[in-house]
Design a protein around this ligand. Structure first.
Ligand SMILES: NCCC[C@H](NC(=O)CCC(=O)O)C(=O)O
Ligand SMILES: NC(=O)OP(=O)(O)O
Length: 313
């Protein structure tokens, strides 16, 4: 495997989950694999979990790590071909990516959707710019279109907690004061489509995700109906996709509550806004898996880095 850009780069999800669970038992088993290799992590947006878990994973493999908050500390980048750069951007992706590649063996990038222009976001210019110009393996730490490290961690968490072979898993939209990207739900849906599960997506009308991603998955607009008999409830806000980037609905009745959750386990990628997305009683209760999910980010990142190091000696 050269890059880890999306869930599609996983050849066998069950095998990767098994391997991650093995790494979790003995995280430093391959501590010499990454010796004398450098991971460079570039953040165009904030992070807590992704930054620490990916660094931890690299350290378990013996790698050296460099981190840069690119969005606030580096030059603003231009991506267009042939652009006359007389405006705000000082550096072109063509130089920046080649320069970064000289300092490391793998580059990991976080660059969220701008949520202004659907086509620009769909092109994922930062991630794909590094793929095109850096000539080293690239890892997606949440791009416009996906968050595949999160979805892999979610698959590990589901496997660890499933009580039956075919659990019912519900992805439930939640209210939020801001417009949030589609990356997390996109990758979660793509991952669930590769799992043995009864998978249902629920959201208010108008919040349909990209139909090319949800194609074949069940959508139920009645949240109560969707939640019936659920084993796992994955809660997430996302903004409107058709009226791109807008917030249509602040209906607080979609917040996840202890009553609605019932016997199901609660999942969220974090960070989460208490008593807007989900009430305290859920996060503070015994059915919440959010801290385990965050812990599994290390082993998701570790299996990804290990596979890249194995195939790029
Ligand atoms: N990496 C996990 C989620 C990141 C981002 N959430 C946020 O930006 C939350 C911001 C806030 O609550 O103000 C998202 O939804 O894609
Ligand atoms: N879940 C997640 O990606 O968290 P951070 O945004 O804190 O990295």
């Amino acid at each position: 495997m050269k890059h880890y850009l999306s869930i599609n780069d996983i050849d066998s999800l069950p095998d990767w989950v098994t391997e991650a669970r093995e790494l979790k038992k003995n995280p430093r088993a391959h501590r010499l694999l990454g010796a004398e290799k450098t991971l460079c992590m570039l953040f165009f947006n904030n992070s807590l979990r992704t930054r620490l878990s990916t660094q931890k994973a690299a350290m378990h493999l013996g790698m050296e790590v460099m981190v840069m908050n690119f969005g606030t500390e580096s030059w603003s980048l231009e991506f267009g071909d042939g652009t006359v750069m007389d405006q705000g951007s000082a550096e072109h992706i063509k130089e920046a990516a080649k320069v970064v590649a000289q300092f490391c063996d793998i580059v990991a990038i976080r660059s969220f959707a701008g949520l202004k222009d659907k086509e620009i976001d769909a092109a994922d210019v930062v991630l794909n710019g590094f793929v095109e110009h850096a000539a080293i393996p690239v890892v997606n730490m949440e791009s416009s279109m996906g968050h595949p490290l999160q979805a892999l961690a979610d698959a590990i968490t589901l496997a660890e907690n499933a009580q039956k072979k075919r659990p019912k898993v519900v992805l439930s939209w939640a209210p939020h004061p801001k417009a949030l990207p589609h990356a997390v739900p996109n990758s979660f849906v793509r991952m669930m489509q590769r799992q043995e599960a009864d998978f249902v997506i629920t959201h208010p009308k108008g919040y349909e995700l990209d139909p090319s991603i949800t194609k074949g998955s069940t959508i139920e607009y009645d949240q109560y109906k969707a939640l019936k008999g659920a084993d796992f409830v994955y809660v997430k806000n996302w903004c409107c996709y058709s009226d791109y980037g807008s917030v249509l609905n602040r209906d607080t009745s979609w917040m996840m509550t202890k009553g609605k959750l019932g016997q199901a386990k609660f999942m969220h990628c974090l960070p989460v806004r208490r008593n807007v997305v989900v009430e305290d009683a859920v996060l503070d209760g015994s059915r919440s898996l959010v801290i385990e999910q965050a812990n599994n980010r290390t082993y998701a990142a570790q299996v990804v880095l290990k596979k890249i190091l194995d195939s790029n000696p």
